[in-house]
Each structure stands twice: as C-alpha cells, then as structure tokens.
Design a binder for this molecule. Structure first.
Ligand code: RAM
Length: 911
C-alpha cells in the first residue's frame, strides 16, 4: 500500500487484497511506532506489524520474531540476539523485545512470520531495523562548542567546521547531535538529514533531545569535512508574549559526536571540541517569531567541504553543560511537506504587492530571484487581507514574520530561511521587485513529520472544506509541540487546546510519537504540587498553572492515546502525572468541591458585544472545574483498572462518588436545572455522567431548548465544543447535532468556511459579519481547538470508532448515523492493524455501507434504521451469511459482529 495515495486507499485496498490472492502476508514493521528508527533508547522496544490477507475472519494465531545484528545472517539464524520461537498469540502490536541486553549505537535487524486461525502461514517478512541511541550519558565524549561572544543579543549565526580523515573502509557512521539553540549540520557540502528546527522544543534544562543520523553515505575515503550552523530558536530567541528573549540561555552551543565504524570492527569518533573552527556567514539574524535576515554577499561558499580555506576562522570555545539531560528524540521532528504556488500577485488598494498562496499555512517561502548586489527583497507574512483588500498583520502582535534577503548579484539566487517559521497565506513584498514573477516563489508547509492516517469525506462541499481546514489547523500547529497558533508572538503548547483536539488529531494523522514526546514534556514540567502549567514547555512561570480543562491534558491525552492506539505503556509512564493532577485538584477542594483558583473557563464562548439581554453564554468557572475534576478522576480510575492498580481504583472510585455528589448539591437545583443554563454546562454534566439517570432526559431537553433559543446555534467555547454533538447524539438528538454542524451563520463551524477560511479560527468571529476583524490582541486564523468537531464527524457521522474494551481498533465499531440531508460520508483510517473504512451512501432510498476491517481485528457493525429492512451483504441476505455473530435488533437498528474483511451492505432506509 506504500504508493497508494490516501484518498484512494479504499480502491487500492480492494485491489491490493485481491492481487495477493489467498496469501497470508506480513509487513509494515515498526519499532516504537516508527519505521526504521534511529536512536532507540528503550531497553525492550515494542515491535508491531500488519497482516495482509484476502480472506475474511483472519486472526493471527501465532508469531515468531527474530532479531540479530547481521541482516544477511538473520535468515541463517546467525548473530541472533532474540528468537521468540513460535508464540501462540494474537498480539501483532507492541510485542516487547525480549532478547539479550541491547547495546548502544547498534543496528538491530528483525523480521517476523505469522500463522493465522485458518491454517495459513506467512513467509518471513522483509527485514526491518532499529538503531539504538547512546544509552548512557557517559558515552558522550564530545564537548559543547560555542563562540567567544558571551552577548545574549541576537546576532549572526555561528558556523563551525572540522576536517577529519577516514582511514579504512566504513561499515557505518552515525552522527549524534544536538544544540542549545537550533542547528543545521552538513557533511562534505551535503545537509545531514531532512529535519527542520532540530533539536525541537523541550524544557531544555530538564530534557534536551539529541538526534541520530545514519551518515554512512555522506562520507568518502580520505579527508572529510563536517559543518554546523546554529540559530536562536526557542532556546535564545523571543518566546511568549512579554517580549522576552533568551529564556533558556544566553549562549548558543552545539554538541556533535560522529561515530564511524570500519569494516574491520574498529571505531573512530569525531567529537566537537576546541579544535573546531568557527566564523559567521550570511545569516545575520534569525528568530522564530521575527524572521530572518540573510546577506548572500557574506556566504562562505563550500565551507563544509575539505578544500575550503578557513584562514581567519577562530578556534571554537568549549563550555561545560549538563549531559545527563540528553535523551534521544522519540518522535519525528518537523519536516518540509506540501508546496504551494502563488495563486496570484495582488496589487492592493494601498499599492502593496502581495503574493497569495491560496492557503493559510505554516512554514516559509523559498524563492529564486536575481537582483543587484546589495539590493534586497523583504517578505512580510500575514494570514488575511483586511476588508478593503490590504495586507493585514496587526494580529501578529509583536511577531514580525519578516524575511529579508540581500542579493549577492549575478545569476539567479535561490534561498529559503533556516531558523524561523511563519504562519501565512499572504506575503507582502518590498525592496527590489523588478524581476519577480509568480513562479519565482513557492510556499513550503513545515510541520512535525506525522504520516496522514485518516480521510473524511462527504457529499457536502462545505463540510469537506471544514475537514480541510481542520487538517490544516493541525498541520500548522504541530510544530514539535502542539501549539495554539503559529503566527503571533505566542505559538505556545497550551495544554487545554491540545486535550480538546487530541482525538481529532489522532484520526487525521499518526500522532502517537508526537504526543508520547509531549506528554513526557507535560510530566517533566508538572509542578511539585501536581499542578499542570497552562503551557508546556512552561515558559510562563510556576504561577501560571492549574486551570480546569487545561491541566486535564495530563489525564485526557494519555487515556485517549490508550483508546486510539491501545498503548498501555503511555498509561504506565504517565500514571504518576495523572494521579498528581487529580491529587492536586483534591488538595484545592473543600468538601470535595473544587471552587478555588484561576480558571480560563469555557474560553472564547459566544459573547455578543451588544449583550443587553443576557445572551452571553457564560458558564460558571467553578462548575466547569468540578466537572473536569470528576472527569479526570474517572479517567484515572479507568487507568488504574487497566494497569491492575486495585487499591487506587477503589480509592479514586470513592472519591469520584463524593465529587459527583458535591457537584449535584452545588450546581443542580432539586428540579434538575443547572445554575448555569448554558450549553456548555449541560454538555459537560451529561458527557461526564454527572447527572443521575432520572435527570438526564430533562437536561437534554434544556440543552436543545437552549440551542433553539439561539436560532439553532452553538454558543460553546473551547471546553464545551468538543462534546456538544457527542452529547446530542448519545441522547438521541443527532438531528440537532446535524443542524448545528450544517449551520452556516455565526456562531457555527461553517461560518468561517463561508467567509473563505482555509484553516480553523481561534474565535467563532475572527472576521465579523461586516468584514471587520476581532481584536488585534488575540485573533488567530490558525488555531485548531474548534476543529475538535472532527472527532464527531469521524466517529458518529461516518461511524468509525474503536471499542474501548479492545482499544487501538483491535475491535472496531462501525455505527454510521446519517442525517442532515447528507447523502454520503466516508471515513478511512490506517490503524495499527491496517486500513479500516466506514463509507456510506444513500442512493434512491437505498443505504449502501462499505466496511473494511483489517486482519487480526474484528468489528461490531450497527446498521442504522435496518430493523425491519431486507439487508444484503454483497447481494446475499444478511442472515444467510456465515461468520457474522448473532444478529440483534437495537431499537431501529440491527447489530452484529464480524471478522476481518471487506463488506458491502445494502438496504432500503427511511430517515
Ligand atoms: C490564548 C489562546 C490559547 C488559549 C489561551 C487560554 O492564548 O487562545 O489557545 O488556550 O488563550
């Protein structure tokens, strides 16, 4: 399926499966979620694979894994470090390595073969590998190198170089590298790896990630040269909104260790040290928020090649810095992805020259232009044009997003920035514009390198645009940490935003590694009293912590990681952090009521400016706090159960009981009305099971009445929005959920779409109905939080979900809920077992549902409105088909279990 574009994956699946006929195959091997990872530090890495088969009802019945240090010898059983033997087991995901102790800096090759429940055996899979990292900090022999400047001010990027020789035949070479600041490395004039903004962002004093690159192919016999350039980045650049710089340190430095292994088994290590030379070059200034200034006249041509003459370069200074904090990267760094051409060059009413790339994206512009030596071109980046059609960047606050390039003159010059990124659709140009053409420029999207996993599609073009906007909100804000926004002087890892969007994110892209990394960041920045900072990495200070709905990222994300990927280890790793957060809330509560402290509340809920009759949808902040206190406690109980922590399970179950009672007493009248009558109040109470059964229906009625009071509009903010449609569907009002989803007027999901949005906005009314903007203080046009509706679109509308009792799509539930005059919806998801699909259409009153359940998974299918209908599967009456579990009627629906396979159901439907 490798070369299969995700959009036509279904076709490819069918084709692929029939092409391989009856064979049982095994492939798509991963180690710790990654394909051929470098720098694995886990002592017992978890191995996963996928099975292919054209048969139905296929389950793995046994597997055998073998691991060795010699790829060719693997099949002969040579140099094996582990042979699992024939294991009778269904496990094809997260099988723990259980061989001899893994060594540092070593490549391990592995393969697997499987048997199925129908007597078939696969051959051995293709060989895959992982490479271990430097398993102990004592193995870092390299020294931190820096320049003689001790000024914290932004300045030209330092460049370091070193020539070294190769004395034998190279078997392998690995470059271990990191920096205080951002780095780019080159070997013999070629860039090492294709990661951007490395080493990524963590709380550097606690955890600093290093990367490992296989550079065997970049080396040559004899003399070689290595080069390193540094930029300010998160370490020393501007960070957050109070115009502070150098948050983590004043001095940029780099750490490089190149380990070369010769074919005769000997090793040579090239370390960064005082023998390296340094100078500066064309990058005069770089900053994540503010852009880059590049003077091409100062380029030092071929400076990372052997023959470059480095006369005048100084010797690098070495400094001491803690190496204990070094950890290998466990998630993909940012990389370059889609490219966009200029849609048009606009002359604005003010006379500005503006490029329009047609998509609000995050990354940078590359160009090829010529200009006179010393002349320049400046690119100013903005997300929108104002009402009059002029360039607008007032919503960037202090972030400049300016990139200035000074020409060296002569042949056309190609350039793209190094240590900065911009959020933009429009680029205003100044300087020498005599030679510009649309084709001179390309916009490049840059984001954490996550594979796309999901597609969602319907018969409604506005909804498809909404899905597009959700995906681009995700791409734009997954920049090593989940940021709130990518353009203004903020771009921070707001915990609340991340938790509300997690489930949607996990449909669209493979976010397992990304969030495993960030949850470690969350735990490492958790305060000693258990409180969770508003942003992680925490750059706002210890007092900026503890808000309901934000701190709950500590429980909600690990739990949902478990649900989406079936990953128990994340629960075990995060358990103390989860518990710490719940205990923190308890410590701030009196009589089991958490009604203290600062909270953001239902952030950015509907609040009209001319509110003279109480239309603002305010929800009591302490009601919200108590609701999330209950929810997090519930998730902790669930987690304790999964991990077999019986005492905790009992302890927190009792606590939850008391929390719920306190909630009822404080926030519900004896007749069942809530003290805040807002949509969010009812949604949270219903979603988190805070109301006794007998009050629920009435609460749903209140909720629906409230929605109708606003002319069928939502009024929820960040915290209520993700659950709104879920609650309506759970309590039988999917009809209202559809009306909200399809609402085109403000406030609604489709209002920005109708206003031409290509991403999700921070506010429901970032651009008001009269075309004017919301406040410049806080108005991002690329903010994923409200995109959390994507989860409902996948799970309810298309009906594709995992059963929590067999999470990670081991058991898949297919339960589409058509409505809203939509005639088609389709969701496809590449799970750890393979592709699963729920794709429905209504044609001439006939409901047609295509389902794909991957091998080694099973499904529970619920056919909406099929209770009294004649259902066929691929032309055969449903009850004549063998292999389906008991067919039962649930209200108007029909439900049954299936094994793996491709299914096509049809029946007349009345909606
Ligand atoms: C702003 C952003 C962010 C939100 C915080 C509370 O900075 O809107 O998304 O989480 O406020």
């Amino acid at each position: 399926m490798k070369n299969c574009p995700i959009g036509i994956v279904l076709f490819c699946t069918v084709f692929h499966l029939s092409a391989v006929a009856q064979q049982l195959g095994v492939g798509a091997l991963t180690t710790e979620y990654r394909k051929t990872p470098m720098g694995i530090e886990a002592a017992e890495p978890r191995l996963s694979w996928k099975i292919t088969s054209s048969k139905r009802n296929v389950l793995q019945s046994a597997y055998q894994v073998r691991v060795g240090t010699d790829s060719a010898g693997l099949s002969a059983g040579k140099s094996l470090v582990w042979d699992s033997g024939n294991q009778k087991s269904e496990a094809s995901v997260f099988v723990r390595y259980a061989g001899s102790v893994l060594k540092s800096g070593t490549r391990y090759y592995w393969q697997v073969r499987v048997k199925d429940n129908q007597g078939n055996s696969s051959g051995w899979s293709a060989v895959n590998s992982w490479y271990t990292g430097l398993l102990s900090s004592a193995e870092w022999s390299a020294q931190w190198i820096t320049t003689s400047s001790t000024s914290p001010d932004a300045g030209p990027s330092p460049m370091f170089r070193k020539v070294f020789s190769i004395e034998g035949k190279v078997k392998s070479a690995v470059l271990y590298i990191t920096a205080h600041g951002l780095y780019e490395a080159q070997l013999n004039g070629k860039r090492v790896g294709n990661d951007q903004l490395a080493p990524g962002w963590t709380s550097y004093h606690k955890r600093l990630l290093y990367q490992s690159y296989d550079v065997t192919d970049l080396l040559k016999a004899g003399q070689n040269a290595v080069g390193l350039t540094l930029g300010d980045g998160w370490y020393r650049g501007y960070l957050a909104f109070d115009r502070r710089r150098a948050f983590y340190g004043k001095q940029l430095s780099g750490l490089v260790q190149l380990v070369i292994e010769y074919t005769n088994g000997t090793k040579k290590t090239i370390n960064s040290d005082g023998s390296w030379k340094y100078s500066t070059g064309p990058i005069l200034f770089s900053d994540l928020y503010n852009g880059e200034i590049y003077d091409a006249r100062l380029e030092k041509k071929d400076w990372t090649t052997v023959n470059y003459k480095d006369t005048g370069w100084e010797n690098a200074k070495t400094i001491e810095a803690n190496k204990e904090v070094l950890e290998s990267s466990i998630s993909p760094l940012a990389r370059k992805h889609e490219e966009f051409s200029v849609v048009k060059i606009i002359k604005t009413p003010k006379g500005e020259t503006v490029l329009d790339f047609g998509q609000n994206l995050v990354g940078w512009v590359s160009f090829k232009l010529s200009g006179k030596a010393g002349s320049y071109i400046q690119l100013e980046h903005g997300e929108v044009l104002d009402k009059a059609g002029n360039f607008y960047d007032a919503n960037l606050r202090h972030a400049k997003q300016h990139v200035k390039y000074i020409f060296k003159g002569g042949a056309p010059e190609s350039y793209e920035p190094h240590f900065t990124y911009q959020g933009f659709r429009y680029v205003k140009l100044t300087g020498d514009l005599t030679k510009i053409e649309p084709s001179s420029f390309k916009a490049i999207a840059v984001y954490s390198d996550m594979d796309p996993t999901g597609t969602f599609n319907t018969s409604n073009p506005l909804l498809n645009q909404l899905q597009h906007n959700i995906e681009w909100g995700q791409k734009g804000n997954f920049m090593d940490v989940p940021t709130d926004c990518p353009q203004r002087d903020e771009r921070l890892g707001w915990t609340g935003d991340a938790q509300v969007f997690f489930r949607t994110a996990a449909f669209n892209m493979d976010v397992a590694g990304f969030f495993t990394k960030w949850m470690k960041d969350v735990a490492s920045d958790q305060l000693s009293n258990g409180s969770i900072p508003f942003v992680v990495p925490n750059v706002l200070g210890e007092n900026e912590a503890g808000s309901a709905g934000w701190g709950d990222a500590a429980t909600i994300i690990p739990w949902n990681m478990y649900v989406a990927y079936g990953d128990k280890e994340i629960l075990a790793t995060q358990y103390l952090s989860m518990k710490g957060w719940v205990d923190f809330m308890t410590s701030k509560s009196t009589d089991n009521l958490w009604n203290t402290g600062f909270h953001f509340g239902d952030w950015l809920f509907y609040r009209p400016n001319d509110d003279n009759d109480g239309r603002s949808a305010i929800t009591d902040k302490y009601l919200i706090a108590q609701a999330f206190y209950a929810h997090s406690t519930q998730l902790l109980i669930n987690t304790a159960k999964v991990l077999g922590k019986k005492t905790d399970e009992a302890h927190y179950s009792e606590l939850l009981d008391r929390i719920k009672k306190a909630f009822l007493k404080e926030y519900i009248t004896p007749n069942g009305r809530m003290v805040s009558g807002s949509q969010t109040a009812y949604v949270l109470a219903l979603n988190f099971d805070l109301l006794p059964e007998n009050l629920r229906q009435q609460a749903v009625d209140f909720l629906v009445k409230n929605i109708e009071k606003y002319g069928t509009h939502l009024t929820t903010g960040f915290l209520g929005t993700p659950y709104l449609c879920h609650v309506l569907s759970r309590f039988g009002r999917t009809d209202v959920a559809y009306r909200l989803l399809l609402q085109e007027t403000y406030p609604s999901w489709l209002y920005p779409v109708k206003m031409g949005a290509t991403t999700i906005w921070e506010r429901w009314d970032g651009i008001k109905q009269d075309g004017s903007f919301q406040t410049t203080d806080m108005n991002s046009f690329n903010h994923y939080a409200y995109g959390a509706i994507g989860d409902w679109m996948y799970r309810v509308m298309a009906g594709l979900d995992t059963d929590e009792s067999a999470p990670g799509y081991k058991k898949i539930t297919i339960s589409p809920r058509p409505g809203g005059n939509i005639s088609h919806a389709s969701a496809q998801l590449e799970t750890l077992y393979g592709l699963t699909v729920s794709d429905w259409k209504i044609e001439n009153g006939v409901f047609k549902l295509k389902v794909v359940i991957p091998p080694n998974a099973s499904g529970q299918i619920r056919l909406p409105g099929a209770a009294n209908a004649k259902v066929t599967e691929n032309g055969t009456a449903l009850n004549a088909i063998k292999g389906f579990g008991k067919i039962s009627t649930q209200g108007n629906d029909v439900e049954f279990n299936v094994g793996s396979g491709i299914y096509q159901f049809e029946y007349p439907i009345k909606l």
